[in-house]
Design a protein around this ligand. Structure first.
Ligand SMILES: NC(=O)c1ccc[n+]([C@@H]2O[C@H](COP(=O)([O-])OP(=O)(O)OC[C@H]3O[C@@H](n4cnc5c(N)ncnc54)[C@H](OP(=O)(O)O)[C@@H]3O)[C@@H](O)[C@H]2O)c1
Length: 320
């Protein structure tokens, strides 16, 4: 495994991480979740991503139970969560907010579900234009000071919002956010490659990127229809199914197949290896609906050296 600094921090994270969105509880019970986490860990993965909102809190519970069962030393892995959407109904202070009241209660509830004393990174899952930035930065910094989180970060914030948060933290000598968590893959490049370019160059802000396979689309496996055991077939995920059935996207992705064949890897491995090449990327958070996918995805590590600038350009040109 390759380990990279999380942004400008001294903490090293595996370049391939593992996350639980959609899959934990919906597709993976405790025993399959354990198999997946074990397979990732066997390959050297030390970065395990979660969020309060995943499966209405069940995802954090399952990950916590699995971690206890696996018995890995706490220092050997990084576990994360994200706060914003809330899971406690429609109370105005309990959903879609980064106000101090919610954040303070949200982190305590997450830690309780995990059964952990602290998470390593807590992200603000989205930006909240309704709460003054100073209030959010102060609350996130206090979480770090209280030892409930080691670092804090942002998810899908724009570059101006991140700059604003960093400026406030510097002005008040608070803990700064250290990493983004944004979507990045061969089909979704703009934010990481353009919007954050100067932010990354000037501050070293990191990124633990999500949906590296565009939710599975880049595996090329949906060209003959959506398998019944796919998350795109789950109740409530019809929007994923629609995306996976987009004929134009499916045809375009097929242009990558000859490149994967030539390099002797799967389309999934090719797409994951491509994501690791951007310098802002600290970790590529992979998702998987079954343990065999984890094994395949972690082996993308072996494909990274073959991803020369020429191959990268060839892939990008193939998608037009
Ligand atoms: N911050 C945010 O807002 C945010 C948003 C989304 C995700 N995330 C994080 O990022 C993580 C990864 O995102 P993601 O789950 O969308 O990642 P992804 O890698 O783009 O998609 C994962 C899905 O692709 C399919 N797949 C994966 N590996 C495969 C393989 N080798 N062969 C065939 N199919 C394969 C599986 O779907 P099938 O069920 O079809 O097999 C799997 O569930 C999440 O778990 C979460 O931790 C964060």
């Amino acid at each position: 495994m390759e380990y990279r600094r999380l942004g400008n921090t001294g903490m090293k994270v595996s370049v391939l991480g593992f996350g639980s969105w959609v899959t934990f509880d919906n597709q993976l019970d405790n025993s399959l979740a354990l198999e997946c986490m074990q397979a990732a860990h066997d390959a050297g993965c030390n970065f395990f991503d979660n969020a309060e909102a995943y499966a209405g809190g069940r995802s954090e519970q399952i990950m916590g139970e699995v971690l206890r069962e696996l018995g890995w030393p706490r220092w050997s892995y990084v576990v994360t969560t994200k706060l914003f959407w809330g899971i406690h109904g429609s109370d105005p202070n309990m959903r879609n907010t980064l106000n101090r009241k919610y954040l303070m209660q949200g982190i305590d509830a997450s830690l309780e579900r995990f059964g952990l004393d602290f998470v390593d990174v807590v992200y603000c899952h989205r930006a909240d234009p309704d709460t003054p930035m100073e209030e959010t930065v102060w609350a996130m910094s206090d979480m770090v000071t209280a030892g409930k989180a080691t670092y804090w970060g942002t998810s899908e914030w724009n570059a101006d919002e991140i700059r604003h948060a960093i400026d406030i933290a510097e002005r008040h000598h608070l803990h700064k956010p250290v990493t983004e968590q944004s979507q990045y893959n061969l089909l979704e490049r703009d934010k990481v490659e353009r919007e954050y370019a100067r932010l990354h160059a000037e501050t070293g802000y990191g990124n633990t990127i999500w949906s590296p396979l565009a939710s599975g689309l880049l595996t090329g496996k949906y060209k003959d229809g959506i398998p019944e055991d796919s998350r795109a077939s789950l109740d409530g995920y019809g929007w994923l199914g629609e995306r996976m059935s987009d004929e134009e996207a499916l045809a375009s992705i097929e242009q990558l197949r000859p490149i994967a064949d030539r390099l002797g890897c799967s389309m999934a491995q090719l797409a994951l290896a491509w994501c690791t090449k951007h310098p802002m990327v600290s970790s590529v958070i992979t998702g998987a609906s079954r343990p065999s996918q984890v094994v395949e995805n972690m082996a993308a590590l072996d494909v990274i050296p073959a991803l020369t600038d020429e191959v990268k350009e060839e892939m990008e040109a193939a998608l037009g």
